[in-house]
Design a protein around this ligand. Structure first.
Ligand code: EPU
Length: 431
């Protein structure tokens, strides 16, 4: 059963009164593929700096269905043991709630030559097809059948074949899936037009550390030499900081804090966001592993336009928090969402709060600011917009209620406790 908790938030009415330090957790989108990579291993391994988020429960459900053990050792530390893996089917309920379950397909098919999985669900941000995955597996010699909402995939003689795959779109999870598929395939797999998000680089480095032969790290072309099962030999994966959490906190700090230190992050993964916000007038100190926002000299921010893009361009995941920022900036901005066609629909909720936003089509909206927002009842449609609504509620006058907190919990661990510590009046009401 999905939890339907609510947040009740008292708005600051544009006072920048939050203050202090907020620590960034490990990246959800780095943990998920590294955990899925365990299927490629002979031995188990430990993962550190794992965020305590809802998606971890979905992973555990998928692991249980496969016969994989995820053993909690300390807070944020898990040991993954795949020695008793005994199924080739990805569990249905978890998969319907977490699109990223798709990254298990590559490792399972590569290891066992067979795979069964349902069409994955997840955040409500657009169609999210899986054609790149199905076409890729077929290119690697597998046969795909679709029956009763499930995909049944089988290789000819238990092995995927190395081949060349050109991605029509540099998809993050498709890139991760085929990197992992290539590791146990016969011969060489060449992937062209791959995504180069920091989470993918971190995954490749981890796999190479454990015996994979992946060349071209950080470039759009990867070459993977197929081989045998990987071995961790007591190596530990240390999860990289969540750049999307850090970016969301930066915007929160700019709008709601007199001063905010965002610790334990990697600012080099957020360059475009930092550049845009600095140009707009936000006072940001950039350290090696921290960011500080200083709002002691109150001034208006200038509006700017964004076009979402694959890394290192402007991240689609920070588009909705940025739109909240732009409702409070002076002037008119254009937001062009190029990755997902459903990822601007939430703007009608910000309009209810008093924002001046016009949506021209499913990809483009203009925002005129600044406009005072008023408290409202809001339902987050996805992880990042859920948090954008928290920021909007804090900026607004009076009280807001955010329903469907499940989505926020999927990506931001114990967020109300972390925000309460820096001075926010936010309460969780359990279902
Ligand atoms: N696409 C296809 N066919 C496919 C796969 C993707 O057309 O078979 C399209 C998508 O519809 C989209 C574009 O390709 O238009 C790019 O999507 P991508 O596949 O890169 O997205 P993803 O891999 O499903 C990851 C993140 C998302 C993030 C996007 C974009 C993970 C687990 N998820 O999703 O993160 O928004 O990349 O950067 O890494 C989140 O963390 O809240 C989140 C949604």
């Amino acid at each position: 059963m999905m939890k339907r908790d609510k947040f009740i938030i008292q708005g600051l009415g544009n006072k920048k009164s939050l203050s202090g330090k907020i620590r960034v957790n490990g990246a959800k989108n780095a943990v998920l593929p590294v955990m899925a990579s365990s299927v490629l291993f002979k031995d188990g391994f430990k993962i550190k700096n794992v965020p305590l988020i809802e998606d971890l429960n979905r992973l555990d459900e998928i692991f249980k269905g496969l016969g994989v053990e995820m053993i909690k050792q300390l807070d944020g530390e898990y040991f993954i043991n795949t020695t008793k893996i005994n199924s080739v089917e990805i569990e249905e309920e978890a998969s319907k709630r977490m699109r990223a379950s798709i990254i298990f397909t590559g490792p399972i098919l590569a290891r066992f030559g067979e795979l069964i999985f349902p069409h994955p669900g997840g955040c409500v941000i657009g169609a999210r097809p899986i054609d790149l995955f199905l076409e890729g597996f077929e290119k690697m010699g597998a046969k795909v059948k679709h029956n009763d909402g499930k995909y049944f995939i089988k290789t000819k003689d238990g092995k995927l074949k190395g081949t060349k795959i050109f991605f029509k779109i540099p998809s993050v999870t498709a890139t991760e899936t085929f990197i992992m598929a290539g590791i146990l395939a016969e011969g060489k797999t060449i992937l062209k037009n791959v995504a180069i998000e920091p989470e993918i680089i971190s995954l490749i480095e981890w796999l190479n550390d454990c015996g994979a032969k992946i060349k071209g790290v950080g470039t759009p072309v990867l070459e993977i030499e197929g081989g045998s099962l990987l071995e961790a030999n007591d190596k530990v994966y240390e999860t990289i900081p969540d750049r999307l959490e850090a970016g969301s906190f930066l915007i929160l700090g700019a709008l709601c804090a007199s001063d905010l230190e965002i610790s334990n992050c990697n600012p080099s993964h957020l360059e475009i966001v930092i550049e845009m916000l600095k140009d707009s007038g936000v006072d940001i100190e950039v350290g090696k592993d921290y960011l500080k926002v200083n709002n002691k000299n109150l001034k208006n921010y200038k509006s700017f336009s964004i076009k979402t893009h694959e890394y290192p361009g402007f991240p689609t995941d920070l588009q909705s928090p940025t739109v909240v920022f732009l409702t409070q900036s002076q002037g008119e901005s254009l937001v062009f969402e190029t990755i997902f066609e459903g990822r601007l629909n939430y703007t009608s909720d910000l309009v209810k709060m008093g924002a001046d936003i016009k949506m021209w089509d499913s990809h483009r909206a203009t925002i005129k600011g600044p406009k005072q927002l008023k408290g409202c009842e809001l339902e987050g449609p996805d992880i990042r917009t859920g948090f954008a609504f928290v920021i909007a509620a804090l900026v607004a006058e009076k009280e807001s209620i955010i329903t469907n907190v499940y989505y926020i919990d999927r990506g931001y661990g114990s967020i109300e406790k972390r925000l309460f510590k820096i001075g926010a009046d936010i309460k969780r009401v359990k279902e």
